[in-house]
Design a protein around this ligand. Sequence first.
Ligand code: ATP
Ligand code: MG
Length: 217
Amino acid sequence: MICIWYNYYNNYNRYNGYTNFVLMKKQRALIIIKPDAVQRGLSGTITKRFENVGLTIIGLKFQKADSATVIAHYPSTDIWFEKVGQRTLKNCAAKGVDPKVIFKTDDAISIGKQVKQWLITYFQESPVFIMAVEGYECIEIIRKLSGNTIPVLAAPGTIRGDFSYDSIDLANEAMRPLRNAIHASDAIEDGEKEVALWFKPEELFSYERADEKIMFP
Ligand code: ATP
Ligand code: MG
């Protein structure tokens, strides 16, 4: 019965020129063009990549980030601190470097906490360019366009691979976060939460891009 209704519903909409997807839902994501890319004049070039792929920009602004928002933006969970700290520890092990020389500890969670402190300072170095985007498969697309968190490992063609070659070694020795051009939400729930954190409801717009009818008939 549901199947008959679904086919009828879809065929009706198809006849009218578009499919009203029932199973597929649009997702939202937050992109932040970070201070390193803003200061290098890359905001327009990077924005273009998200427009080119077909995502809809539903919110856009340029502002100085306050520390409370950055603190709320990056998780304060042991899971996140551990993930970030392990990235450094893995790199130290591969290079034969003692993490205690820089971090005075070899505990992943403590290292993750130090990186978060660096992020708070880094995000306030200059204004940031904040964008909310929407579309089907949005999270998967933006992470693919962004590339590996560590720019030196990011594939050519990705934003981080094309606009930065920063490494954990360079970042940690200078006691700063990776300057990797952008932030991109990395889970569906995070996208919704982050858009709501950085944008007021009245700063978001709902409209349909002209190419949606051609791409998703
Ligand atoms: P983002 O959340 O900014 O999109 P990401 O999801 O790829 O990046 P996370 O693990 O969430 O990566 O780390 C957040 C940010 O913290 C990174 O983008 C980077 O700037 C910085 N960072 C993460 N790990 C390290 C590290 N080990 N050393 C220095 N900076 C780091
Ligand atoms: Mg992240």
